[in-house]
Design a protein around this ligand. Structure first.
Ligand SMILES: [Zn+2]
Length: 245
């Protein structure tokens, strides 16, 4: 998988539905928030997609072509089933009826069982809008008598990953043990050299050091080496208590 789908939802060739779709305001947010879980679930045979809403550019050391190559590289490291870019405006993301319809159309074509959105409290306006947009699009994707492509479809759940620009101490609703895939997550993040390496202070703690500390903190809460936190507005359903440790 090396291609990034940029031609809009209508041109998606429908295959098997995705197990889950991570929707990210910018390329790198999915990796930062839940790269370890993505890698882990793909390793267990799940079909996982990432839809970036914008190019994430301009940034001080990036460009659209650099960021696209980095995104492709990160997608390969995670072995993603599908990756696309919705082409909405970076820094100026807005919840319009048009953008809601666009995202709902992606849901109808990709048919993810679950959708992952950024955690709803954030300082970055693009992130806050992205979450509102995803929640509304999830509702819209089940509408009938519409000109949206694909059949009506309703993702069963929306969950929230943490890629936030506030220093919050949030109690997560659950934590995934990512001890086995943490290094893969770090590699996928380092693929975004223009964002996390070039021009960044090299004095510790670097951005990468802080990510490791965060993952160790959440791992510590579940007595594992590394963990990734998640939130849910609706209660989490378990088919068996055997999965709880
Ligand atoms: Zn972002």
């Amino acid at each position: 998988m090396t291609t990034i789908h940029t031609d809009g939802p209508e041109s998606i060739v429908q295959t098997e539905p995705l197990d889950f779709l991570v929707v990210a305001p910018h390329p790198d947010d999915a990796e930062l928030g839940m790269g370890g879980t993505i890698a882990k679930m793909i390793g267990q045979g799940m079909r996982v997609g990432v839809l970036d809403l914008t190019t994430g550019e301009p940034t001080p050391h990036g460009s659209e072509s650099i960021r696209r190559a980095e995104t492709r590289r990160a997608s390969e490291i995670l072995n993603l089933t599908w990756r696309g870019n919705a082409g909405l405006p970076n820094r100026e993301l807005q919840h319009t009826l048009e953008s809601r319809k666009l995202i709902a159309s992606y849901f109808r074509m990709l048919r993810p069982r679950w959708v992952f959105a950024p955690y709803f409290h954030d300082a970055h306006p693009d992130h806050v809008v992205a979450t509102e947009l995803i929640e509304a699009a999830r509702f819209w994707s089940k509408l009938s008598k519409t000109d949206m492509p694909g059949d009506r479809f309703h993702p069963e759940r929306t969950f929230y990953y943490f890629c936030i620009h506030l220093r919050l101490s949030v109690r997560p609703d659950w934590i995934v043990d990512i001890s086995d895939t943490f290094e893969q997550k770090m590699q996928s993040i380092q693929a975004y050299e223009s964002q996390f390496v070039t021009g960044r202070p090299s004095e510790p703690p670097t951005m990468l050091d802080r990510l490791r500390t965060d993952a160790a903190h959440y791992g510590n809460l579940i007595a594992r080496r590394y963990g990734e936190p998640f939130a849910t507005k609706e209660p989490l359903a378990l088919s068996s208590l055997r999965d709880v440790f």
